[in-house]
Design a protein around this ligand. Structure first.
Ligand code: SF4
Ligand code: ZN
Length: 466
């Protein structure tokens, strides 16, 4: 089947990572543009593989190129609703190709070809061919398939527009429904190949954290392949509608995560937040000093106010872990009226990158929009606090209330503030919050603390004198 493809194609290569030193070229990703799109059409020329723009043979080693993966499919029983789910499989299937690496989804894709594959004579048309065979194998409903790989910049730009309007159409449709309107949600375990205990719960209000699959997509997928990775999930009894906790969601997640996750709050960052695999579009993180929540999207390259970039934070909360105070989420979920509703929704958001904020302008309550700082206004907790105070963000009210009630009930230790004391946040907040920390022990024993909050009776901050 793959005889004329000069590299091996098999699920065995799925976990392959191509480091910069070993790559021939890179496609899309943070340094370029790109997208993938599957469209169900009436008339598709089966087996057609086209490369629009330069082939690998015409590319220069070490360079970045724009990249489009356009797949058209036809089949008597293929519904348009299946586009999103079939498209989501491109990620896994592309990684079957030895020497080809595919990350993320939709217009976030990031691909690499290894030097080894290039030297073996691998081309983009081989990639297109492998993809078309694998997709057809995976989805027997596909009768005809045509793949076009686009590398010409102007063509990729046009394709990106088409792809984005298709994504918007799918997303907007899902926005018309809410969690109460349905009796069943859906679960997805597609990411268990690398996050073995991760289970996504997809509801009308909570699009999957990869941003690529909504409730309608799941419904179509579960109908097409009831034994597949996307399955119907009866809600069961409502335990807490505000937090989004349902008896049967808990039971199913527990079963499918081999007992690792026993409870899930769909709309909260605290106690039992949704687990995160690794392909989330953004992360919501708790900022304990201000009792607020920050948001950071994958595209943001700077530092978050926690002093770490997206990539480090993603590493701490991915892999299917349930980490209180952190959750991976989709940008679409930030558009839902139920977005972290149990925690206060946007009332509780105290920092987000400017680009993300602008893209959500219609969805952030108008009176809050200017009160939420971005990297332009604040880079540290101290700056955020100042900005929130100056702009009368509602969190300040919340903070002063908590402080008042704490003062009534807690005995506060007097601070021993040295003359060069720089900043003291709040007597009762933790000085450190660590999703996971390992402490070296003796005799080969390692102690792992999960969700540790470190409280201190006394904190002395001294400036080192030179
Ligand atoms: S992130 Fe979730 S919904 Fe998306 S493919 Fe992975 S498991 Fe499925
Ligand atoms: Zn995932």
């Amino acid at each position: 089947m793959f005889e004329d493809i000069p590299v091996d194609v098999s699920p065995m290569h799925e976990g392959e990572r191509i480091r910069a030193a070993k790559m021939f070229v890179e496609f899309a990703g943070p340094k370029s543009i790109g997208a993938e799109l599957i469209q169900v059409e009436e008339d598709v020329q089966d087996g057609s593989i086209e490369v629009l723009g330069p082939e690998l043979t015409e590319m220069t080693q070490g360079e970045n190129y724009p990249f489009g993966i356009s797949v058209k499919i036809q089949g008597e029983k293929l519904e348009k609703e299946l586009e999103g789910v079939i498209e989501r499989r491109i990620h896994e299937l592309s990684n079957y190709v030895k020497g080809f690496m595919h990350l993320n989804q939709r217009d976030q894709i990031w691909c690499r070809v290894s030097q080894e594959a290039h030297e073996a004579g691998f081309t983009l048309s081989h990639f297109g061919k492998a993809l078309s065979i694998l997709l057809k194998e995976d989805f027997p409903l596909i009768e005809n398939i045509a793949v076009t790989i686009i590398t010409e910049e102007s063509e990729v730009k046009l394709f990106l527009e088409t792809a984005r309007s298709a994504y918007d159409y799918r997303d907007a449709r899902a926005r018309e429904l809410s969690d109460e309107d349905v009796d069943v949600f859906y679960g997805c375990t597609m990411c268990q190949s690398f996050a073995p205990t991760h289970v996504c719960v997809v509801t009308p209000d909570r699009t999957a954290l990869c941003g690529a699959i909504n409730w309608f997509d799941c419904r179509a997928a579960a109908r097409m392949d009831p034994e597949g990775p996307i399955f119907e999930l009866e809600k069961g009894e409502v335990i807490d509608s505000e937090k989004g906790e349902y008896s049967n969601v808990n039971a199913t997640v527990s079963e499918k995560s081999q007992g690792t996750t026993e409870r899930v709050y769909l709309h909260s960052l605290f106690e039992y937040p949704h687990t995160s695999c690794g392909c989330f579009e953004a992360v919501a993180f708790y900022i304990p000093e201000l009792d607020g929540i920050g948001l950071v999207n994958r595209d943001f390259r700077g530092q978050t106010p926690l002093g770490i970039p997206f990539s480090t934070m993603a590493g701490q909360c991915s892999g299917g872990k349930q980490v209180e105070g952190f959750t991976g989420l989709s940008i679409e979920y930030m558009k839902s009226p139920k977005f972290l509703q149990a925690d206060g929704g946007y009332q509780r958001i105290i920092w987000m990158p400017l680009e993300l904020k602008e893209s959500l302008r219609e969805f952030i309550p108008e009176d809050l929009y200017d009160k939420i700082p971005t990297e332009e206004n604040a880079e540290s907790i101290k700056d955020i606090r100042k900005y929130l105070r100056e702009n009368e963000h509602p969190i300040m009210e919340r903070l002063s209330q908590t402080k008042d009630s704490n003062e009534e009930t807690t005995e506060i230790t007097e601070l021993d503030a040295p003359s060069d004391f720089t900043e003291w946040e709040d007597d009762t907040t933790p000085v450190a919050y660590l999703p996971e920390m390992s402490v070296p022990g003796s005799d080969g024993v390692r102690i792992i603390l999960k969700n540790a909050r470190v409280y201190a009776e006394k904190v002395i901050i001294k400036k080192e004198r030179k």
